[in-house]
Design a protein around this ligand. Structure first.
Ligand code: NAD
Length: 507
């Protein structure tokens, strides 16, 4: 939307930027309404950053970097520890804020906050994580040591589906490493970032170390091209991830760009089908399927397993409890926008036209009020050539693709362009081991439907689910936000006099 002027959104409460530890109303002429997806009504207006706002924010961040990088890591860790306590204090408030703008249920949002908190906990160990290596006497009276230093100003561009957790995959580690961080959250649910910024300020973070700028593709392009920006972290859809990766590489920036997904769950004939059905229902329909690690394809091995699985899933998908995120007992909230609901619903017609069987049609589900609700859907007899299989739907739609044996299932997973997550359900250890080794996917679950690594490991997919060399958070996060320096030192008393023209060796 180009302007909010003529749509009556100007009277809505404005969501500001966060620059220099203060709120700032974005001075761009552009702004956007932020909807409550459960009611379908615009509730707030997010103000966009202008060129001047961006220049100011980056100048403040570049200035802050000079002193922040010099703060001893242990002091940065203490500050993050205070931040962690404040996030714990405001945990419920953050969960409600997420639910109001994203639509997911409050308990699900509370889980998101906890997964973000775990990254702060990890970042609190930064003195240990930044420790270098030391080799005395690499030559006569010569020592050699290496350590990691921050990059400067890093930017993070994040998606709508985890407005707290995904930013927290990035900024606690970036800041702990001594960088300044500029967050450009999704314009669809921008308020939780502001709350986090306030908590960081309350914890004592110096002005300029953490900044929040709102905007869309236009702002992102300007951020990436700006000479002050040293590194770009992106999480979002694959076409945008690929484009950001190319732009950032062109401008010589360090970049990690995580994209979309199509996650398979393969079921062998020896799996417990009741447990598998439970796992599928939660992982396909939790958060209305708007998770990059949601299972969107079930791959039963053998026709009998497939038929039994479908007969177990059908009544459960039909009976999903759909309601506003703050309604007790709701299992699935609305989709994030009306446009996204229409996009997801269109895939159901497409699937039928392509020859799939629509076992449960979520468009027929009873839903409350005018919110962006869509019931759960189940498509059977989906085949690899269909667009409903190839493309990321990112909604409450589970496809069944039948395979004859484990080899065929592995080939199917490996041929798919996305490679974020995958799972195998079985009691057979040898089959699980073969699967784990042969599958070309970044995160693998064995009887675990959503194998999201803990904060002290790193998260990332393969193939078109990640562009760049580094996964996020954990040890890979520390590597991404720092660069290695090596020092070779000798002191005057031991220095050999006279010029040396021969390549130095330890002999
Ligand atoms: P999106 O790609 O539309 O937007 C992500 C961010 O990029 C937003 O901040 C948006 O403002 C910005 N953006 C949008 N278009 C842009 C453009 N042309 N140029 C520059 N910036 C642009 O994604 P979304 O709809 O917010 O989120 C859903 C997507 O994110 C899904 O594809 C999902 O799989 C993916 N996702 C991936 C992971 C992962 O870890 N791989 C995690 C969460 C979400």
């Amino acid at each position: 939307m180009n302007s909010s002027q003529d749509r009556g959104f100007c009277s809505l409460p404005a969501i500001p930027l966060w620059v220099n530890n203060e709120t700032l109303i974005g001075s761009s002429k552009r702004s956007m309404p932020v909807f409550n997806p459960a009611t379908g009504t615009p509730a707030k207006r997010v103000t966009f950053a202008s060129d001047d706002d961006l220049e100011r924010a980056l100048a403040v961040a570049a200035d802050a970097f000079q002193s922040w990088a010099a703060v001893p890591p242990v002091k940065r860790a203490r500050l993050l520890f205070r931040f962690k306590q404040l996030v714990e204090r405001d945990h419920d408030c953050l969960a409600r804020l997420i639910s109001e703008e994203h639509g997911k249920t409050v308990p699900d949002a509370a889980g998101e906050v906890l997964r973000g908190l775990e990254v702060i906990e990890f970042a609190c160990g930064i003195p240990q994580l930044l420790k270098g290596e030391y080799s005395p006497q690499v030559g006569s009276s010569v020592d050699s040591f290496s350590f990691r230093q921050p990059l400067g100003v890093a930017v993070g561009i994040t998606p709508f589906n985890f407005p707290v957790m995904v930013p927290m995959w990035m900024f606690p580690i970036a800041i702990a490493c001594g960088n300044c961080f500029v967050l450009k959250p999704s314009e669809r649910d921008p308020s939780p970032s502001l709350h986090l910024a306030r908590l960081l300020a309350e914890a004592g973070i110096p002005p300029g170390v953490f900044t929040v700028l709102h905007g869309d593709a236009e702002l992102v392009g300007r951020m990436i091209a700006h000479p002050t920006v040293a590194a770009v972290s992106f999480v979002g859809s694959t076409p945008v991830a690929e484009s950001i990766y190319r732009q950032a590489t062109y401008y010589g920036k360090r970049v990690q760009a995580l994209g979309g997904a199509k996650n398979h769950l393969v079921i062998l004939p020896d799996a417990d089908l009741d447990q598998t059905a439970d796992a599928l229902i939660g992982s396909a329909f939790g958060s209305a399927g708007e998770r990059c690690m949601a299972v969107s394809v079930a791959v039963p091995v053998g026709a009998q397993v497939a038929d039994e699985l479908v007969s177990r899933l059908k009544p459960r998908v039909t009976a999903l409890r759909i309601g506003p995120g703050d309604q007790a007992g709701a299992e699935m909230g609305p989709l994030v926008t009306e446009a996204h609901r229409e996009r997801v619903a269109a895939y159901l017609d497409l699937g039928v036209n392509e020859g799939a069987r629509l076992v449960v049609d979520g468009r027929g589900a009873a839903v409350p009020g005018q919110g962006f609700f869509l019931g759960g859907s189940l498509l059977d007899h989906v085949t690899p050539a269909m667009r409903v299989y190839q493309e990321e739907i990112f909604g409450p739609v589970l496809s069944i693709v039948r395979a004859a044996n484990l080899d065929e299932a592995i080939r199917l997973v490996n041929a798919h362009p996305y490679g974020n997550g995958v799972a195998l359900f079985t009691r057979d250890g040898a089959a699980a081991r073969r699967f784990m080794l042969q599958v070309n996917v970044g995160m693998v679950g064995i009887n675990v439907p959503i194998p999201v690594p803990m904060a002290f490991h790193s998260f990332g997919g393969w193939k078109r689910s990640l562009f760049g060399d580094h996964h996020v958070h954990g040890p890979e996060g520390v590597r991404f936000y720092t660069r290695l320096k090596n020092v070779t030192a000798r002191w005057p008393g031991s220095t050999v006099t006279g010029a040396e023209f021969v390549m130095p060796t330890a002999s």
